[in-house]
Ligand binder design. Structure first.
Ligand SMILES: [Cu+2]
Length: 251
């Protein structure tokens, strides 16, 4: 009898555990085409699903240039920005894995991330970039990251999110053409700040899509806060062999 009860209990727990992991579609948002001569027929949708404390964001795109590598990022609004989010030129918060369109110009990419990383202003909008020139942005979708929010067509994104305390910042110099230091070891919660001290533009792209900058012209800076332990290789897409690694230690 006791064995039977234990089996029943285990079964109940397992069932409810699985129940929480069933993805739930929160909302979908249409991409809009930005004023660029590139990919004039580009269109697509964003689908956002919840799995426990995670969000899965799936981009389904068409009308792209065939067999072309694209990048996509969640962006936050620039500070105090109140205009069209797609024109705010705000910082990257989370990057999608890069993806390649098929011979018909169709593509999908999907990314799983902690809901809090794309909540509120951190998930203000998604840009689709041409990977070899991130300044070309054919598509943009206005988003909000919080579970209760509807697409920002009806809800203005919150532009006054307080910045969290940043316990520590470590800097990496970008030169022509290298990251210095090549390997940086930091604790969880550390913000890394890359500054381009070279003369030409570079970028900072995680090989797994965990983070990614837009183009960084000479003198500009990109920041990313590392919230989980792991090894994070990254590279510059413009310069062959320009690559480095962040090692994040801790809980
Ligand atoms: Cu570079």
């Amino acid at each position: 009898m006791i064995r039977f009860m234990a089996a029943l209990l285990a079964c109940t727990c397992l069932t409810s555990g699985l129940g929480q992991l069933q993805p739930r579609t929160e909302f979908t948002v249409d991409f809009k085409h930005l004023a660029t001569s590139r990919d004039p027929n580009a269109a697509g949708t964003v689908r956002v699903e919840t799995l426990g404390s995670l969000r899965r964001t799936t981009l389904t795109l068409k009308g792209l240039a065939p067999r072309t590598v694209y990048a996509a990022h969640y962006h936050a609004l620039a500070p105090n920005y109140t205009g069209d989010p797609c024109l705010s030129n705000g910082p990257v918060t989370v990057g999608f894995p890069t993806f390649t369109s098929d011979s018909q110009g169709r593509a999908t990419t999907t990314m799983l991330t902690a809901t809090k990383k794309i909540a509120d202003n951190a998930g203000a909008y998604i840009n689709v970039h041409v990977q070899r020139d991130l300044s070309i942005i054919p598509l943009c979708a206005v988003m909000t990251g919080s579970p209760s929010s509807q697409p920002a067509a009806t809800n203005a994104p919150n532009v006054n999110v307080p910045t969290p305390n940043r316990p520590l910042t470590q800097t990496i110099r970008i030169v022509d053409n290298a990251f210095q230091p090549k390997t940086l070891t930091i604790a969880v919660g550390t913000t890394v700040e890359w500054t381009n001290q070279g003369r030409v533009s570079h970028n900072v792209l995680s090989t797994t899509g965990a983070f990614g900058s837009d183009d960084l012209p000479a003198g500009s800076t990109f920041r990313h806060t590392f919230t989980r332990a792991g090894t994070f290789p990254y590279y510059c897409s413009y310069h062959e062999g320009m690559a480095a690694t962040i090692v994040v230690t801790g809980p």
